[in-house]
Design a binder for this molecule. Sequence first.
Ligand SMILES: Nc1ncnc2c1ncn2[C@@H]1O[C@H](COP(=O)(O)OP(=O)(O)OP(=O)(O)O)[C@@H](O)[C@H]1O
Ligand SMILES: [Mg+2]
Length: 372
Amino acid sequence: MKNNFLMLLNRFFSERSFALRTKVLVYSLALIITLAIALLIRQGPFNDSETRLILYLFHVLIFASTFVCGLAPGIIIATISTITAISSLGKNWFQLSQMTFHEAEVFPFIALYYLVAITVDWFREHIEKLERQLAEIEELHERTRQMEKLALAGQIALGIAHEIRNPITVVHGYLQVLAQKQPELEESYGLMLDELMRANQIISDFLSFSRPRQLQKVPLQLNQVLESSVSLIAGKAVRSNIAIKTDLAYDLPILLLDHSQMMQVFLNLFNNAIQAMPAGGTLAVSTEFAPEQNVVRIKIKDDGSGITPEVLQQIFDPFFTTKDQGTGLGLSITQTIVAAHGGQIEAESKVNEGTQFTITLPLPAAEAELQV
Ligand SMILES: Nc1ncnc2c1ncn2[C@@H]1O[C@H](COP(=O)(O)OP(=O)(O)OP(=O)(O)O)[C@@H](O)[C@H]1O
Ligand SMILES: [Mg+2]
């Protein structure tokens, strides 16, 4: 009930920037003064200059109530003022011919009452619109400043990420040497090497996502790229009790590929598969040539946890992850690299049965391209 009354009051006063209390106060004052003058004039008599002063005073009241409270209150005060002005003549205002020049002056006054209300309302509305636009511009400026700061922080992070890779590579190299010298500590060294590879992978993902590198495509035998990727995760697979089965087609045509980026694609998929099989399992990697469609297909299949249909819809989204330590960039980057090669990647999965990723890569358009 109270809320309804407040809503009605707000609507009556229009959406002005003044507080409701101020509007009620100003309007009540204007209304009281206008009505008081109206009563006074009826009791008259007033001489010409007094009447004129009163008629001017109405302008001030109309101006104040329209400016603070809006058009409707302004028009109400203007109407009371009009009635008062006419009754101050004390005669039938249709009989214009009987009016003196001074009496007829009341009509321009009345016209001005309404003009004041309408004009003040129009200006007020436009001033408020300008104020809102200025506030929006100010907010946009602030957001741009924030974006600039973020971009700078991103640049710095990129620089740091790039620099961290060098010490990682050096430590990785020395660890490999030590692992060969101390075969009895193979497991510990293996774990350290895996962790370093993980750190390196996170940095690579971050760098590829923020600064996608131009592809450097060269004619390559896809099976070789796959085999070198497999060999990189072979140790990890053994430690995770995972058997790797490869079934590579011998008749694959030569493709135009960026070697390191395609390796990144396969490593992302292998790592996901290994992570999906914490209790061990089988990672199957196969290739086939489909001459009818002029494409080569690579299938990477695990018999791990599988993916629910809801999660499956989001796995290629950047930063989407279901893992505590995941960045969620792996598949997004993988998809970008495959698309940059003109190919596609698809996933099929069944919960508790496993997941299969299929990459389809086109053959080079013309034999000539292979001479690049
Ligand atoms: N083989 C798979 N089996 C089960 N779920 C998978 C598999 N591959 C991807 N997923 C799901 O897709 C999500 C996104 O994978 P993505 O590789 O992009 O990121 P991530 O592995 O979580 O993190 P990271 O950036 O470290 O790779 C994973 O969190 C996981 O839920
Ligand atoms: Mg991943």
